[in-house]
Write a protein that binds this ligand. Structure first.
Ligand code: SAH
Length: 390
């Protein structure tokens, strides 16, 4: 880690985030100080300007980018191609410490690792690394907290603290990549050692922090050394169903997968489970998701947390199948997620037979359906459990 002489703010506790009332939506993050600017906030042209503004040579952008995006290095002593005089200052200005990992928890014999990171202002966020036989998926946060207030999600219950910057999102991935390369995720001799998939399914609603999230996607997919060179096809943007955000995202024409957190096919129930449904209804969200598929050719995922006796009825599987088929064939698949328990919620996962029936009824409508293997529920690292408690 680069030395941060001027930055003693890491231990300042963040002011308490106000918990939302049931159904209350928060779109604008309460105003707070911004994290320091970082190389990863900018594309290559922006990096040159950023360095020039601070009185450095613009061509250092390429050198620093290779250190950060290729080697995951942040320590000045590892950057021997930079002149020794002023190196510390250059590195601390271009690559300030954004996230300090304050807790690291393992599950699945080390194949799942949840990291709790503390930001410059004391806000905490979480990321999760999941190693499988042929791929490594990382789940990252786009906001500290979340303003969407879904009653079954621990993050939603905590309220929105603030938006993360682009570099704060990228830094989660760089730290994960560094852990993986250092043999600290799963057994050291295991392949693969690179992150192949990124899902925006950690804390936050990324489309509510639109600009910074798009910046992060570019840093993830841009070829090295401008970015991390991860395939756009390996990235999934998950949304609660912010329809204008989905429409805007469609215009980006990136081959990123869109996941829509539907959780109910009817407005009556969805109004209760997903407060944003009071603004944009099931059919509007599905239309936007279908148009995303049309524009990008990427098959959309529908997320459906199965909650015992709440949304797991056979007729709801049929209604979902009908609504998806009404828009076309081959454009979508459904990802039922057994509900993960969260504090203060009385809801639990569906009974296994009920889950199986739900899946079979969707398949009978010709909808490809796979139950999500949720990792890390024993370390509160699974979907909906991220509350960043230290
Ligand atoms: N804001 C984004 C990302 C949320 S987390 C979104 O709404 O899509 C990723 C997924 O986990 C979402 O589908 C979310 O609804 C789901 N989820 C939240 N809480 C959950 C829980 N307790 N059990 C299972 N899935 C949950």
């Amino acid at each position: 880690m680069a030395q941060q002489p001027q930055q003693s703010t890491t231990s300042t506790p963040v002011e308490l985030t106000v918990k939302p009332r049931p159904g209350q939506l928060t779109f604008d993050a309460p105003r707070r100080g911004k994290p320091p600017r970082h190389l990863a906030d900018f594309d290559m042209a922006g990096r040159r300007e950023f360095l020039a503004e601070m009185g450095h040579q613009p061509f250092r952008a390429g050198q620093l980018s290779r250190h950060y995006f290729d080697r995951f290095a942040t320590a000045p002593e590892d950057m021997t191609d930079l002149p020794a005089a002023g190196r510390e200052e250059l590195v601390s200005q271009a690559l300030p410490t954004l996230l300090t990992t304050v807790r690291s928890l393992e599950a699945d014999q080390g194949d799942t690792v949840k990291n709790v990171h503390r930001c410059f202002d004391g806000a905490t966020v979480e990321s999760v690394l999941m190693r499988y036989t042929h791929r490594v998926t990382m789940c990252i946060s786009s906001q500290a907290g979340c303003g969407m207030n879904c009653p079954f999600c621990a993050t939603g219950q905590a309220g929105l603290t603030r938006n993360l910057s682009t570099a704060e999102m990228v830094e989660q991935v760089v730290q994960g990549a560094r852990m993986l390369r250092g043999g600290r995720v799963g057994r050291a001799e295991q392949e693969p050692l690179r992150i192949s998939n990124i899902v925006f399914m950690g804390m936050g609603e990324a489309l509510a922090n639109y600009k910074a999230s798009i910046g992060a996607i570019h840093r993830l997919i841009d070829p090295s050394p401008e970015g991390l060179g991860i395939s756009a096809r390996g990235i999934t943007m998950s949304t609660v169903g912010l329809v204008p955000g989905i429409r805007k995202f469609t215009q980006e024409k990136l081959p990123v997968t869109l996941a829509l957190s539907l959780h109910a096919p009817d407005d009556e129930l969805r109004d209760e489970l997903i407060p944003i449904n009071t603004r944009w209804k099931v059919d509007e969200a599905l239309d936007a998701a279908y148009d995303y598929y049309q524009a990008t050719g990427r098959r959309v995922s529908i997320e459906y947390a199965l909650i015992r006796d709440i949304n797991d009825h056979g007729w709801r599987a049929d209604l979902l199948g009908e609504k998806l088929n009404a828009r076309g064939g081959g454009w979508v698949h459904v990802n039922p997620i057994p509900l993960n328990p969260t504090p203060g919620s009385k809801w639990t996962a569906s009974r296994p037979g009920v889950e199986q029936n739900f899946v079979e009824r969707l398949r009978a409508h010709g909808i490809p359906t796979t139950v999500r293997d949720t990792r890390g529920s024993d370390i509160d690292g699974a979907c909906g459990q991220l509350a960043a408690t230290v």
